[in-house]
Design a protein around this ligand. Structure first.
Ligand code: BTN
Length: 243
């Protein structure tokens, strides 16, 4: 896949989207920035990353040919693709915190922001944006943030790591055109789900705290939480896991 490297940009996700708008018949392409000045995260958060120390990149898949109801599967697949590469680097205790935070030993080492555009009831373009903390070791005011180097002491080659992730991601995204793979991905996702079967505290969007046990996810990616004797399902806007 073609890789376009930029020194600085607001957000590689935005860059990918702009590229698609200007080149509708583009092949898949990856944008990687040494520095993002306005990196975006989930739930309207910002994504902050020291310039040149980590990976901040987005892959644009034009017309991915994936059914529209498989949107959560795409997100799960992206998380699994990254985890598989990190596993090969012997990073321990890797998990995905719902929906797709990349965790290692209870530290958040990466995040994924997926943005689709839809046209005529199908996914017209798919942008998978990944921020992975690699060689940064200081995280000011972010006690739950970690990086590969913080975990292993090793300084990693960013280009090599990027190449490995792109290849694995491309392989998995191609497979998602088939719905049987989708099921397999959701099962794999549940196997690596952070704090599954463990009592946890959640904050609901009215600020109320509840205790529950994560049991898995629904086929559309809602989180299944056992609260007392009932299994309840929640979407991303409804609750936040405190840990
Ligand atoms: C999250 O955990 O909140 C998701 C973070 C996603 C960050 C990446 S960095 C590359 C791409 N460009 C962005 O602006 N965001 C994603």
């Amino acid at each position: 896949m073609r890789i376009i490297k930029v020194d600085a940009t607001k957000s590689t996700n935005s860059l990918a989207r702009e590229w698609f708008q200007a080149n509708k018949s583009t092949p898949a392409v990856c944008f990687v920035a040494r520095d993002q000045t306005l990196g975006r995260g989930q739930r309207g958060a910002t994504w902050v990353s020291n310039a040149g120390e980590n990976l901040t990149f987005s892959i644009l898949f034009p017309n991915p040919g994936i059914p529209i109801n498989n949107q959560f599967t795409i997100s799960a697949a992206a998380g699994i693709a990254v985890l598989e590469v990190l596993k090969l680097l012997n990073i321990n205790k890797l998990k995905l915190k719902w929906p797709n935070d990349i965790m290692a030993a209870s530290y958040k080492i990466g995040g994924i922001l997926i943005e689709n555009s839809l046209s005529n009831g199908r996914i017209d373009s798919l942008v998978i944006g990944i921020g992975l903390n690699v060689n940064q070791t200081e995280f000011i005011d972010l006690p739950k943030a970690g990086s590969l180097k913080k975990l292993t002491g090793i300084t990693y080659d960013l280009d090599e790591l990027l190449q490995a992730i792109i290849e694995n991601l491309e392989r998995i995204i191609l497979q998602l055109k088939s719905s049987s793979v989708s099921l397999k991905i959701l099962q794999e996702y549940e196997n690596v789900l952070f704090r599954k079967d463990v009592a946890s505290t959640f904050q609901l969007n009215d600020g109320k705290l509840i205790t529950g046990v994560i049991k898995g996810i629904s086929s559309t990616g809602l989180l299944k939480v056992q609260v007392e004797d009932t299994i309840k399902t929640f979407d991303l806007k409804e609750l936040k896991l405190l840990f």
